[in-house]
Design a protein around this ligand. Sequence first.
Ligand SMILES: [Zn+2]
Length: 228
Amino acid sequence: MRISLPLLSTAVGLGLTVAALGTGPAATAAAAPQVPVQAAQVGYQAAAGSGEDAAANRAFFEAVIKSVAEKRAAAPSSAAAVTVYYSAANAPSFRTQIARSTQIWNSSVSNVRLAESSSGADFAYYEGNDSRGSYASTDGHGNGYIFLDYRQNQQYDSTRVTAHETGHVLGLPDNYSGPCSELMSGGGPGPSCTNAYPNSAERSRVNQLWAYGFKAALDKALQKTSQR
Ligand SMILES: [Zn+2]
């Protein structure tokens, strides 16, 4: 089941999924949240005129970082690394790839770590069929999620797709013109590219974002808490 949409240049989604329509393999998993018109999205492959990508990625990253910062403001911790919790309950076919992506990121960066949680996750993975392919998005209510498309994950290396989308959670934007050694080049280097590791520039960027970007988000969350 495909929804015929023009190539999405402005990340306008209808939020319909196969699960919502009750057919296909996705019917067994929960549907991805409805994507409102203003929702920000970044995909695995370049869409025509994807000038919105940088802004969409920022919106997505900000949703995740805010969720993590608010939790830490409520329960201060002295741990240097920040933990971002995810739920994989709605992407049962991708358990292996999600675990592998988590392992790749946790061995690649030091200022943030990913961990699975059965409740109160900062973002969630979903699976299904979508003509837009896989993407990272927000639901318009400040919650981030990653959608993994069945067809795209057969065409492209599935661990790379998963690690790439997870790169958005950690704040990296797309760079489709980059080489295969760059994780955020996504579908740019073509289906033969199977590298699922971020390169050194991507690793440093994530470490920076979670050292400085997170500090700013935490200050904001602490301000909000003290105003209550
Ligand atoms: Zn992407």
